[in-house]
Design a protein around this ligand. Structure first.
Ligand SMILES: *Cc1c(COP(=O)(O)O)cnc(C)c1O
Length: 494
């Protein structure tokens, strides 16, 4: 299996190449050269599998055994999920009013990013160990990516991770999940700025190709192919759990309601669909609605600014993974995709060609959900089931309730729950409900924290480069010591 760029002019790479690079050199995103088509027999077999076994089957279709032999692949995936809070890893919850909620948040940081990042981290360490190499991962985060990335590589021999978080712009719990990991290979910076501002020093660094090469730098952000790959599995798992039968001809449809921001989870759903899974997709977004406008009217143009919402992990201005979706629905046409994306980058506005828009709107529909509707869905779900939703999952559930209150939905629906409510007590309170916070999360408040400030007025790019150079120097000298850090107790109250 080879991977090619959506823009068509970069050389093809194998899975390792796709995992270790973010963008392809031509600015595109990596996609598999061909997509395996699953017949009914395979689907029937997959329907009997546990979620971890499903991930193994899926990954074995996209990673050649010469690269990772099947036995090793199985071990790595078992290891990836070994610290999850449930042996099942992913759980379907059936609630009143035909509400199906697929809980994707049993990972250590209580959000679905743990699923893909824990696998990506295991695959990465496998390749590094084989070659005796080391990488430094640099990520900017608005909250959930940073904590999941740190969790997945903390303590790893061949990896250092540097995370920039927007001081004061992510939730207290998200911040503590990052700053309380005191492993030597974890380096957290609190930036006095928002998530767009902290992207700037990272971007500036990654454009210095010589520097990136010299220090073996990589990112693990949401455009990484491996993250999309692993997320395909839960669409299959959800289908098997919610489909009334696998004996019908043709197979019955299930509607997958996907809370999305950067389009990663949505791209995974499109890939599952293209592999033969009979799912209809619903892109459920908050009031940052560029994906919704693209699906409804072909209008893929940037809004003036990100508007903060209660579903903050989906407050995204540029949904990078839509490039993969445009490529898929233009018949893997890289010329068309490149022309579209280059126009978008130039003018920040794009009207989708008619045939692309009609393919897109055949495959999926969409909804944009207000903050008020988010808290309403959280309230109703609690009233009917005594079940707390996180605000992102509530975006999906709001769509389900809208459908139930209008006509009966034509197919069973499954709402993907991308995080646990325990991670967002502020929003639970805002919805007039009572947060339930597990001891494990309360304990974060009492732990020692470590975080270096990047103050306004400091040269952030210089600080970042100095940290990386320092790490490289120390590695050369032998036993490692992290850069100097500010120590302190976590401030009280959530
Ligand atoms: C990252 C995130 C999302 C959005 O995921 P995409 O696939 O990038 O759209 C949704 N919900 C939560 C809780 C997240 O952390």
């Amino acid at each position: 299996m080879w991977y090619i760029s959506t823009r068509g002019t970069a050389p093809r790479v194998d899975f390792e190449g796709a995992l270790c690079s973010g963008y392809a050199p031509d600015g595109g995103l990596y996609m598999p050269e061909e997509l395996p088509q699953l017949d009914r027999e395979t689907l029937r077999h997959w329907s009997s599998l546990s979620y971890p076994s499903l991930v193994k089957e899926l990954c074995s279709l996209f990673i050649r055994p010469e690269l990772i032999p099947r036995e090793d692949l199985n071990d790595l995936i078992d290891r990836a999920f070994s610290r999850f809070r449930s042996g099942d890893v992913v759980h379907l919850r059936k609630l009143k009013n035909e509400l199906n909620v697929l809980e994707l948040w049993y990972g250590v940081t209580y959000a679905f990013k743990d699923l893909s990042l824990s696998c990506a981290a295991q695959f990465l360490q496998y390749f590094l160990e084989k070659k005796g190499k080391h990488v430094t991962i640099v990520v900017g985060t608005s909250g959930d990516t940073g904590s999941a990335a740190i969790e997945s590589v903390q303590g790893a021999k061949n990896v250092d991770i540097i995370v920039l978080l927007p001081k004061g712009h992510c939730t207290k719990i998200q911040e503590l999940q990052m700053t309380t990991v005191l492993k030597e290979n974890v380096h957290v910076f609190g930036v006095e700025g928002n998530s767009d501002e902290l992207d700037e020093p990272i971007k500036a660094m990654f454009t210095d190709v010589a520097f990136v090469k010299k220090h073996n730098l990589m990112s693990l952000n949401s455009i990484n192919w491996c993250r999309v790959l692993v997320q395909i599995a839960h669409h299959f798992f959800a289908y098997f759990q919610c489909s009334p039968s696998l004996d019908m001809h043709p197979l019955p449809f299930v509607e997958m309601v996907v809370p999305t921001g950067a389009g990663g989870n949505l791209a995974a759903g499109c890939l599952a669909q293209k592999m033969g899974l009979p799912v209809r997709l619903v892109a459920a977004v908050n009031h940052n609605d560029i994906i919704h406008r693209a699906i409804q009217r072909g209008d893929f143009s940037l809004s003036a600014a990100v508007r903060p919402s209660l579903a903050s992990a989906m407050d995204i201005q540029v949904p990078y993974n839509m490039e993969r979706i445009f490529w898929l629905f233009s018949g893997s046409n890289s010329q068309v995709t490149r022309a579209l994306m280059e126009q978008f980058e130039r003018t920040q506005s794009l009207h989708l060609p008619k045939d692309l828009h009609s393919k897109l709107s055949e495959a999926m529909t969409s909804v944009s959900v207000s903050d008020e509707a988010i808290t309403q869905a959280m309230g109703r779900c609690w009233e009917e089931n005594q079940y707390l939703l996180c605000p992102h999952s509530a975006v999906a559930v709001s769509y389900h309730y809208q459908q139930m209150d209008g006509r009966q939905p034509s197919a069973p629906q499954c709402c993907l729950a991308s995080a646990s409510a325990v991670k967002f007590p502020e929003v639970v309170l805002a919805a007039g409900l009572t947060p339930k916070i597990p001891e494990e999360i309360l304990a974060l408040e009492r732990k020692e924290t470590r975080c270096t400030l990047m103050k306004r007025g400091d040269d952030w790019t210089r600080m970042l480069r100095a940290t990386i150079e320092d790490l490289s120097r120390k590695r050369k000298r032998g036993p490692r010591r992290g850069p100097r850090k500010q120590h302190g107790k976590a401030p009280p109250a959530i």
